[in-house]
Design a protein around this ligand. Structure first.
Ligand SMILES: [Zn+2]
Length: 180
């Protein structure tokens, strides 16, 4: 941040009185601009034992496979965000079955949350941010072409848990990028 979103004056970075970390502070209007992690919400949509994935039509990771997911909007719940992203990216209506993964991606200040979900009617298609959307059998998932570590991690837990038909919530930290 360079300028105050309230008064337009330049911001400086310093530790405000009573705080213990650097913040962007406006000395003109005395506002402190806090920055906090952003939440990405998505689904693992299943239809007849297969998993719906989207091939990305946008950067980053253009051409790689992902689960439908995206940044929460103000005024919606995590469930609503996950359902909306699935409709936008995969043109698929889903019933949310339950929270499955909460992953802290601290190197980019994000929290990713994936919900287990079922397609309502088996209908889907490529939304504007997808090149292609298709169902994958568990044995055919494109592990070498996954877009993000949180997608890979959610799916690998999901495949293992599917064998036991028990899906405990997984809370993990993701400290890496794919290919590193
Ligand atoms: Zn200001």
């Amino acid at each position: 941040m360079n300028y105050c979103s309230h008064c337009g004056q330049p911001l400086i970075s310093r530790i405000p009185e009573g705080d213990n970390r650097h913040r962007f502070v406006c000395d003109h209007c005395d506002r402190i601009h806090y920055q906090n992690p952003r939440i990405v919400a998505g689904t693992i949509p299943v239809w007849e034992g297969r998993i719906l994935m989207c091939r990305r039509a946008i950067q980053p990771r253009h051409g790689y496979w992902t689960l439908p997911a995206g940044f929460m909007e103000n005024g919606e719940t995590t469930v609503e965000a996950a359902r909306r992203e699935t409709l936008e990216e995969a043109l698929a209506g889903v019933r949310i079955e339950g929270l499955y993964t909460i992953m802290h991606v601290t190197h980019i200040d994000q929290v990713h949350m994936f919900f287990r979900a079922s397609l309502l009617d088996g209908e889907f298609g490529a939304g504007e941010e997808s090149l292609e959307v298709r169902l994958f059998a568990p044995d055919d998932l494109p592990w070498d072409e996954m877009a993000f570590p949180t997608v890979q991690e959610s799916l690998s837990h999901f495949i293992e848990d599917s064998k036991k038909e028990a899906f405990p919530v997984r809370v993990t930290d993701i400290q890496r990028r794919l290919g590193q």
